[in-house]
Design a protein around this ligand. Structure first.
Ligand SMILES: [Cu+2]
Length: 131
């Protein structure tokens, strides 16, 4: 019985430390600009380059019109949507980053993506918390 209690304490301490270390970040896409056709063509590339995206984080897209559509790199490059099923039309659209690697998002409204309403990010694995 004694060792069971001890194991429980160790387990709970482990869970607590994991919860502390993983502190998920909500990234507000475009910050105050939100998700728009940007005046500055580099808005979303600059925004993404200043951040680290980790598995467990989420993206928050705030918009008045349009949508958020996750696309392939090819679709991102050509502002094309092969899979309309991934479109989210309600704002704020919150997308959880569940897998590492490159992720691409565009607004699928005609003309919006080619005017730079598009976002590419690289998501990394959760850190091991060894400080
Ligand atoms: Cu749009």
């Amino acid at each position: 019985m004694g060792s069971f209690n001890f194991n429980m304490v160790v387990f709970m301490a482990l869970v607590a430390s994991m919860a502390f270390c993983s502190s998920a970040t909500q990234h507000i896409v475009g910050d105050a600009s939100g998700w728009v056709i940007p005046n500055n063509h580099n808005l979303y590339t600059d925004w993404a380059s200043q951040r680290m995206f980790t598995v467990g984080d989420s993206l928050v897209f705030d918009f008045l019109t349009g949508d958020v559509t996750e696309v392939s790199k090819d679709d991102y490059d050509h502002c094309h949507v092969s899979n309309p099923g991934s479109t989210i039309k309600t704002s704020p659209a919150i997308i959880n980053l569940t897998s590492p690697g490159d992720h691409y998002y565009i607004c699928s409204l005609e003309g919006h993506c080619i005017f730079h309403q598009k976002l590419a990010i690289n998501v990394v694995m959760k850190s091991s918390c060894s400080k």
